[in-house]
Design a protein around this ligand. Structure first.
Ligand code: GLU
Length: 518
């Protein structure tokens, strides 16, 4: 249970309902806490959020936990954390403001019982006493005759005389909703007119189980109504349910919200996204080092909703900019293809953006410091000066897709200062003479460095490979790694000079100790 949950009574919720204000857009994200947030869920939340922000409306979070058997402990807290990480602000929800709470369905039972009572009384619902065994036999029979299993609506026809003794005995039963013909098609904000006569294909659905818990259909409709939801944007997998929901609205005599169904989210080649949490879980994207803005732009790049600008380079927009540009009528009805390469492009753009911002730059430096410390926990001699990190980031901004890549073992020399050297091929004096030559260079740049080092080796009559080997050791303490000139370019002038001077100092000490011992 959420510790932050505010206990707002149902009475308050009903009072709020009376203050109907239908011109105000109110949308909701209504996840079931049966797992962690993944790309599909985030897409739904994001589109609702953009829609709300575009129209100056409210974005609500409602937790749909009526199926108590599938709850995952801690899922709600993590969901909220992931949404906030993504930059989605929750105007109303559990632990947030709002006059329409509680925002957790398991705390709204009274509303559902009242609603069911109303449907029973106006003849739109009925009690069903069919046993699990009977339902199972129906299912088996349908499968045997190659038909789609459906409830045969038997209990719809129970007479008062049949019902009374059953009720008197306290026979367990559920409540079913009488499906009727749809008079009008669903006007989907994204798919247009959708005609689906649910009563042709399905038996009457259960709206309240024998344990008195409502099913998704009932709770969802009752809450959308009482929370004054004006627009429902959800995945297309719910479109068939919507046809049922419209019948429920009719039975209650309530005005339904407008519905828009978001197309299926698929891979670039049109195949289904993997169900594995590791591939699509938001937590995993976070851990891999993607920034929220990059992930958001990636999602909308697949889903439409924005002006189509063919052949334009990916452009990174903030959530506010996205909200301004978003138009529900621009969301297309064909499957939304995710192009995973774009995610890296967006992340690179975000790294550049953070690096150029006065406020974001220091945060980026801190992040690098933290990641390097995590990657090299046993090293006490890490080079984590702000100026060094900024040099590295400026060098890396054109190449780097994830900040985490900076901590890869290939680049360890960036952070781990050398302690052990093998510099015996050159004298400290020979190294020392290199310092003024490097100092006058405005910037260390790979190609010109190579030229300069070659000339230096010639003049000093040192074999070029020996010079490179010694420099590599002085700068990184390593025997292998990227080319020495490249390494110097990445490290930047001040760190190169610092490390060379340090190496010379240590080398001189070694030499003088050796001479003394001779
Ligand atoms: N609880 C449903 C889900 O888990 C909500 C569907 C809807 O938005 O109505 O996705």
């Amino acid at each position: 249970m959420l510790n932050v949950q505010r206990a707002i009574g149902l009475k308050q919720c009903l009072r709020a309902t009376q203050r109907l204000y239908h011109s105000d857009v109110r949308v909701r994200f209504a996840p079931s806490p049966t797992g962690y947030l993944h790309l599909g869920g985030l897409r739904t939340a994001l589109y609702n959020y953009l829609f709300a922000r575009h129209s100056g409306g409210k974005f609500l979070l409602r937790i749909e936990d009526t199926d108590q058997t599938r709850l995952v402990p801690g899922a709600t807290e993590r969901l909220i954390e992931d949404l906030l990480w993504a930059g989605i602000e929750i105007d109303e929800g559990p632990g947030f403001a709002g006059d329409y709470g509680p925002y957790i369905q398991s705390q709204r039972q009274e509303l559902y019982s009242d609603a069911v009572e109303r449907l029973l009384q106006n003849g739109s619902a009925y009690r069903c006493f069919c046993t699990e065994r009977r339902l199972e036999l129906l299912r088996k029979e349908a499968l045997r005759t190659r038909q789609v299993p459906r409830y045969d609506n038997k209990c719809r026809h129970l007479t008062k005389a049949q019902l009374e003794p059953l009720l008197a005995k306290g026979t367990p039963h559920c409540i079913r909703f009488k499906l009727t013909e749809h008079e009008e098609p669903l006007q989907d904000l994204i798919y247009g007119s959708v005609q689906h006569n649910v009563s042709d294909t399905e038996g009457d659905p259960v709206i309240m189980k024998s344990d008195q818990f409502p099913t998704y259909h009932l709770a969802n409709v009752v809450d959308d109504h009482h929370m004054d939801i004006t627009h429902v944007l959800r995945g297309v997998e719910w479109q068939i349910s919507t046809t049922k929901h419209l019948l429920l609205y009719k039975a209650f005599g309530w005005r339904p919200p407008q519905f828009g169904h978001l197309p299926l989210l698929v891979n670039a080649d049109g195949t289904k996204l993997s169900k594995r949490q590791g591939d699509i879980g938001i937590q995993q994207f976070r851990e891999r080092g993607y920034f929220p803005t990059a992930l958001m732009n990636y999602i909308i790049s697949a889903g439409g909703g924005f002006e189509h600008r063919p052949n334009e380079k990916p452009q990174l927009l903030s959530l506010d900019e996205l909200a301004q540009e978003f138009r529900i009528e621009r969301v297309n009805a064909h499957p939304s293809r995710l192009n995973s390469e774009l995610l890296n492009d967006y992340n690179q753009l975000e790294i550049k953006r953070r690096l150029s911002g006065e406020q974001t730059r220091p945060e980026l430096v801190k992040l690098v410091q933290q990641l390097v410390k995590q990657a090299y926990p046993s090293h006490s001699n890490l080079d984590l000066a702000e100026s060094h990190i900024l040099d590295v980031l400026n060098w890396a901004a054109q190449r780097l897709q994830l900040i985490q890549d900076l901590t890869s073992s290939k680049l360890s020399f960036l952070w781990v200062k050398p302690t052990e050297y093998e510099l015996k091929d050159l004298t400290p004096a020979q190294l020392q003479q290199l310092i003024p030559q490097l100092t006058v260079l405005p910037k260390l740049e790979k190609d010109s460095l190579n030229e300069m080092l070659k000339n230096y080796a010639e003049k000093q009559q040192i074999k070029f490979p020996l010079l490179m080997k010694t420099l590599r050791a002085a700068l990184s303490g390593l025997k292998e790694g990227p080319g020495v000139a490249e390494m110097m370019e990445i490290l930047g002038k001040s760190v190169v000079l610092e490390r060379l001077e340090e190496a010379i100092k240590k080398q001189s000490i070694v030499e003088s100790t050796r001479k003394r011992q001779l």
